[in-house]
Design a protein around this ligand. Structure first.
Ligand SMILES: NC(=O)c1ccc[n+]([C@@H]2O[C@H](COP(=O)([O-])OP(=O)(O)OC[C@H]3O[C@@H](n4cnc5c(N)ncnc54)[C@H](O)[C@@H]3O)[C@@H](O)[C@H]2O)c1
Length: 303
């Protein structure tokens, strides 16, 4: 199947591109910057027919004209899926206005044009930061309930969280405008290749967890390919997060970490459903409930 992938030169885009080719898909790779030479070299070595299975385009996705021109190079019906990853993911290193405006402009340009082009299955990268987390002023992050489900309201105050919230609202609106399409917004945690890197990085203000690069890539593809069979249509958001905490000391439980952290301050967490961490296997469970992704996409986290 031919898939258009945006953000293909980025960290996650490179994982997803590699995974899609491994799964025998044809990819149209789109980014503002070219693919890294090292990526091209390793793909060329692996696929002698690379030119037949990979098209690469350098496009500024904030430009309506450039986005329209990109899609117009392909006949309607030939692109079967869109995976939209392009964004500014590091708000601290940019002007807040630039982060907000870029992310929300790109997503509308890409999602709208893909739908207009007849693409029926669309996936976009959202984030666990949707609720207001890593980039929200310290001490002001709050949650109504643990574990965190897709129903947790957004308390977005930083531009990145807000941009992800708006991207999801755009998706809801576009599914009304184009009633036959579906869009999966994947709320990733910090995407890393291995558990040991996740354990090094693990931090309390993001609930000590992560998403593996393999699992993120698998979720992107499942968002396009899982038969919907009446289970879902239109827009759905999915938590795509590791099932367990990434913490080196196996004796430490998730609730130990929670109790000793700033999350135990008054007013930060409304309700903690401690039964989530019950039983012998439950002590190290993570703080995001991903059962919706398992039920509707057939996705489970692979470390
Ligand atoms: N990396 C993570 O841990 C993580 C976690 C949660 C969500 N996400 C989301 O996943 C997606 C990918 O993140 P990433 O870490 O790979 O980021 P990245 O910065 O490595 O990659 C993003 C890519 O988007 C491209 N891009 C930005 N502006 C563009 C424009 N105007 N036109 C065309 N391309 C443009 C960049 O050139 C870059 O290659 C983002 O939407 C991010 O918000 C990432």
């Amino acid at each position: 199947m031919r898939i258009l992938l945006t953000g293909s030169s980025g960290v996650v885009g490179t994982y997803v591109l590699t995974y899609l080719l491994e799964q025998d898909h044809n990819v149209i790779a789109v980014d503002r910057i070219p693919l890294a030479q090292s990526t091209l070299d390793s793909l060329s070595a692996k696929y002698p027919n690379l030119d037949d299975i990979l098209d690469v385009h350098t496009v500024d996705l904030t430009s309506i004209e450039q986005v329209k021109d990109l899609f117009s190079q392909y006949s309607k019906g030939t692109i079967k899926g869109l995976i939209h990853l392009a964004a500014i993911p590091h708000p601290e290193s940019h002007d807040p206005r630039f982060v907000h405006n870029t992310n929300t402009t790109i997503s509308y340009n890409v999602l709208y044009t893909a739908a207009e082009h007849g693409i029926q299955r669309l996936v976009q990268a959202s984030s666990v930061n949707y609720t207001g987390l890593a980039y929200t002023t310290k001490g002001r992050q709050k949650f109504e309930r643990l574990p965190i489900t897709e129903e947790e309201p957004s308390h977005a105050e930083d531009p990145y969280a807000l941009s992800k919230q708006i991207c999801e609202i755009q998706a809801i609106s576009l599914c009304r405008l184009f009633p036959t399409i579906s869009i999966a917004s994947l709320r990733f945690h910090h995407i890393l290749p291995t558990l040991s890197e996740a354990e090094e990085w693990s931090r309390h203000d993001e609930f000590w967890t992560w998403t593996s690069s393999l699992s993120a890539s698998q979720a992107c593809l499942l968002g396009l390919t899982t038969p919907q069979e009446g289970k879902w249509k239109g827009h759905e958001a999915f938590n795509i997060v590791a099932s367990d905490i990434a913490w080196k000391d196996p004796a430490v439980s998730s609730l130990d970490l929670l109790e000793k952290s700033e999350w135990s301050e008054d007013g930060r967490i409304g309700q903690v459903d401690t039964t989530w961490w019950g039983g012998d296997d439950g002590k190290r469970k993570g703080f995001w409930d991903c059962r919706k992704a398992e039920r509707l996409l057939g996705w489970v986290h692979t470390p």
